[in-house]
Write a protein that binds this ligand. Structure first.
Ligand code: ASP
Length: 340
């Protein structure tokens, strides 16, 4: 029998409306199971670990990412796959973080949740839960896992976690991955896009739970002031994600470029990603970004904001020498970007 380890962290999936107040309150995992009687007809052995108390995903921290990674490590050899029930709001951050922390993964780690509580008649939770379980247990003919990576399953689609962001808080189709193909699509049949799925590593799982949140974000907008830029660049942050325009462009104003150059000379790491959700940073394509390349800004290519945040936190936590850290940052280590 396929053995799946289920971690229930919280989120809307396990909520029920308190009729007296109208506020959503958490369910236990047993109450979730009662709402999915189909599970009893499925051939899985589920081991369940429920957070106590269960939490809204807005309260998930890097310490909780470490707890999840450790739970997966401790139960790795005895299970075929992992299912993490998690609130959708920060799911893309947690799942991206896990994709970096779980090094040498050869089993599926599937995150799912829902937009409507599992107790509601029109809920999207049941389908998400049941199909995510099926995908977590899928095997190739030789017995290896068919999806040996960290993914998000939502509304009929499985995405690579570190390519995904939450884009809609009102539709069941809450997530998108515009820069990387859907890995699995569930309709009448479950269709696996095997060519897009990472190949299972035959190495041993190594789990890295130490991450550093010592990062900052500089989101550019026309009219941004030197004071605001200074506030971010002169902070203690070791690395700064610069959310730039279009293909990674910034103003060419000398007050701005001088400040960036000085920050890099003083040891700051600046990672250039785009405010556009589709497409990639192309450093050097316009004059507005060629100077950035010359001064040592790092190209973030088509990385999501969520992947940029969690990759930097992960790499800073590894305590690499600076040149190694920069090389890892500029290399796709878990399929998180495509070079153009
Ligand atoms: N606020 C909830 C959470 O992220 C929303 C959800 O689960 O979809 O925990």
């Amino acid at each position: 029998m396929t053995k799946i380890f289920v971690i229930y962290t919280g989120g809307t999936i396990g909520m029920i409306t308190d009729l007296s107040t109208g506020v959503l309150k958490p369910f236990t995992f047993e109450q979730i199971i009662e709402n999915v009687p189909e599970l009893r007809r499925m051939d899985y052995e589920l081991t369940v670990h429920s957070f106590n108390p269960i939490i809204d995903s807005s309260d998930v921290t890097p310490e909780i990412w470490a707890v999840l990674a450790k739970l997966i490590e401790d139960n790795y050899d005895d299970h075929d796959g992992f299912l993490v029930l998690h609130g959708s709001d920060t799911m893309a951050f947690t799942a991206s973080a896990l994709s970096f922390m779980l090094d040498g993964l050869s089993k599926p780690v599937i995150f799912t949740g829902s937009q409507l509580p599992i107790s509601e008649v029109r809920t999207d939770a049941k389908e998400n839960f049941i199909t995510a379980l099926e995908i977590a247990s899928a095997k190739l003919e030789d017995g290896r896992a068919r999806v040996p990576e960290v993914c998000i399953y939502f509304e009929n689609k499985l995405f690579r976690a570190n390519r995904t962001f939450k884009y809609n808080s009102a539709k069941f189709e809450a997530f998108r991955s515009p820069n990387y193909p859907v890995l699995v699509e569930a309709g009448v049949h479950i269709k696996y896009n095997d060519a897009a799925i990472l190949k299972s590593e035959r190495t041993k799982l190594r789990v890295h739970t130490s991450v550093s949140s010592n990062i900052g974000v500089l989101k550019l907008y026309p009219g941004i002031s030197p004071q605001i830029v200074d506030g971010v660049l002169n902070s203690d942050a070791e690395a700064i994600i610069m959310e730039a325009f279009g293909t990674g462009n910034t103003t060419t104003a000398s007050w701005f470029l001088d400040r960036l150059r000085k920050a890099i000379q003083n040891g700051k790491i600046i990672l250039d990603i785009s405010q556009c959700k589709v497409g990639s940073v192309e450093m050097g394509r316009y004059t507005t970004s060629s100077e950035l390349k010359n001064m040592g800004v790092i190209n973030g290519y088509d990385m999501t904001f969520e992947a940029a945040v969690t990759k930097l936190m992960y790499l800073l936590g590894r305590n690499y020498p600076k040149d190694r850290l920069l090389r890892r940052l500029g290399t796709s280590i878990r399929g998180e970007f495509t070079k153009n």
